[in-house]
Design a protein around this ligand. Structure first.
Ligand SMILES: *[C@@H]1O[C@H](CO)[C@@H](O)[C@H](O)[C@H]1NC(C)=O
Ligand SMILES: *[C@@H]1O[C@H](CO)[C@@H](O)[C@H](O)[C@H]1NC(C)=O
Ligand SMILES: *[C@@H]1O[C@H](CO)[C@@H](O)[C@H](O)[C@H]1NC(C)=O
Ligand SMILES: *[C@@H]1O[C@H](CO)[C@@H](O)[C@H](O)[C@H]1NC(C)=O
Ligand SMILES: *[C@@H]1O[C@H](CO)[C@@H](O)[C@H](O)[C@H]1NC(C)=O
Ligand SMILES: *[C@@H]1O[C@H](CO)[C@@H](O)[C@H](O)[C@H]1NC(C)=O
Length: 457
């Protein structure tokens, strides 16, 4: 505590003395100078007293950064003695005591110290002492920086590191900054800077690193100078593979079309360079490339009742691929009367609402009646909707929950790669399963587009 108090006291008294002195007889406008090599520099001093009423005596001395101290000029009002070594390089002029350095070079850096004794004629015997120190740096202006990149060609995401270097032909005390799309980059993550920031290494390079890079070189005597732009191209993908139908609906796993209908599908994935696409049909147990390119057209009359399609996107540069698979079902109304009545394509809104209401009422009744019974299972089905219909929510379920007791089988449609976003579940009575087609048809006929959850307690 004692130490802190005495330190504070000391600082206060020093400040007091400084302000005392500062308000006195000389004033130096700038105590720090950033000089340019080869240019003159004036260490200017303002004198705040009438020169003809005083006697003056003083020195200018120079302390290099290394600590070497040299007296440059010693002066009185009548005489000036300049160190011979500096005779051609310095100009000291009375009446004010400013010092001019004619042509700066690197050796001129350091602290310039002015010590001045003043004796007023009306107060002989009393000598005032003034001391000031001016700090001088000498720099070479920076030239336009040059940006370079290795490797110079486009790189593959996650498989390469990119090094960007920035250099200047001339310039001292240069600091570098990096911009991507005019946003300043800082260290961290995959971005590594050399100690002087002249090199940026991206380890490893990613899709989001694509863009236009610039470096900016700055020093005390130059405003930031920007390099030309350098584009970084990164090969990536395919990402986010999706199959869209002509109507703009995203396909799920199963897709129904009406007999005679013509539909087309578009396969899309984000990738650089653009993907190549192939469409593959997996019908009749055989895999066969049908078409190349993102677009597939299907005439339903050419189909068997069910056909599996697969779109494969391949990026030549990254050697990566992705696949999306779905099943196309031709809804055949001649197959069975009872199925047709339930076919979602013939659903009217009224029918949908009626079914929904009945289902909800059934559920509520069941909850009331079966409070004491233990729940046996939860049934749910999720399907995407046929494209031929407008978007309209449907619900369906078991109108009589007492029939829910029985043996159930879980059937999943085979295939679907990792990119599949929805999984398909089929649920049907064991005794009604004849083949896969029938099962799929059943579920499509009864379960509409929006996921409907039925929770039986
Ligand atoms: C000091 O004298 C020099 C040379 O005569 C002049 O250029 C400069 O402006 C003066 N500086 C001040 C602060 O009066
Ligand atoms: C001496 O002269 C200076 C400048 O003219 C003036 O500021 C100062 O007050 C004078 N001092 C006395 C004691 O007369
Ligand atoms: C990228 O840099 C990392 C870390 O220095 C290194 O382990 C890796 O091998 C480099 N990759 C390439 C492709 O040079
Ligand atoms: C390098 O850049 C970072 C921020 O981009 C900065 O904090 C750091 O001081 C710089 N280093 C040098 C030596 O300029
Ligand atoms: C269908 O393919 C499976 C396996 O790929 C094979 O076991 C089966 O014999 C094939 N069926 C026909 C009819 O070719
Ligand atoms: C894929 O790359 C090979 C060579 O690397 C090239 O010959 C071919 O044209 C490329 N294909 C596409 C679709 O870019």
């Amino acid at each position: 505590m004692e130490a802190i108090r005495s330190a504070a006291l000391y600082i206060c008294s020093v400040l007091f003395i400084l302000t005392e002195v500062r308000s006195e007889y000389i004033y130096i406008p700038s105590l720090v100078h950033h000089g340019i090599e080869g240019k003159p520099l004036l260490l200017s001093v303002e004198v705040h007293f009438p020169l003809d009423e005083v006697d003056l005596q003083g020195t200018w001395s120079h302390t290099k950064p290394s600590g070497t101290r040299t007296t440059l000029v010693t002066f009185t009002k009548e005489n000036t003695i300049t160190d011979m070594m500096f005779r051609n390089r310095l100009i000291f002029r009375q009446p004010n005591v400013s010092l001019l350095i004619r042509k700066l070079n690197q050796d001129d850096e350091g602290d310039y110290h002015l010590s001045l004794n003043i004796e007023f004629h009306n107060k002989t015997g009393l000598v005032m002492k003034e001391e000031r120190t001016v700090h001088v740096t000498v720099d070479v202006p920076v030239t336009t920086p040059v940006i370079a990149k290795t490797p110079s060609h486009a790189v593959v995401e996650d498989k390469a590191n990119v090094t960007l270097t920035c250099s200047v032909e001339r310039g001292t005390r240069v600091t570098f900054q990096w911009l991507r799309n005019n946003v300043l980059l800082g260290p961290g993550g995959r971005y590594h800077f050399s100690p002087d920031n002249s090199t940026l290494v991206i380890v490893p390079v990613r899709k989001e690193d694509m863009g236009t890079y610039r470096c900016v070189a700055t020093n005390p005597v130059s405003q930031g100078r920007s390099s030309r732009a350098m584009d970084l191209n990164v090969y990536y993908g395919p990402y986010n593979l999706a199959v869209n139908s002509g109507q703009g609906l995203r396909t799920g796993e199963v897709f129904t079309i009406n007999p005679g209908e013509l539909v087309y599908f578009e396969c899309q994935a984000d990738s650089n360079p653009p993907n190549s696409y192939v469409w593959i049909s997996k019908s009749r147990n055989a895999t066969q490339v049908i078409t190349e390119g993102p677009r597939l057209e299907v005439h339903s009359y050419k189909l068997a009742q069910t056909e599996e399609y697969l779109c494969r996107a391949f990026n030549n540069a990254t050697q990566k691929q992705d696949e999306a698979q779905f099943t196309l079902v031709v809804a055949d109304f001649r197959a069975g009367i009872d199925r047709r009545t339930m076919d979602s394509t013939s659903f009217s809104p009224v029918a949908a609402i009626t079914v929904c209401s009945l289902f909800i009422i059934g559920c509520m009744l069941l909850v009331f009646l079966r409070r004491s019974c233990h729940p046996k299972r939860v049934l749910m089905s999720i399907y995407n909707r046929p494209l031929s219909e407008q978007k309209r929510p449907h619900r369906s379920g078991h109108e009589d929950a007492t029939e829910d007791f029985g043996i159930y089988e879980f059937i999943s449609i085979p295939g679907k790669m990792e990119s599949a976003q929805a999984s398909s579940r089929s649920l049907a009575r064991l005794e009604s399963i004849q083949d896969m087609h029938t099962t799929i048809y059943d579920v499509i006929g009864q379960v509409p587009e929006t996921p409907s959850h039925s929770l039986l307690e």
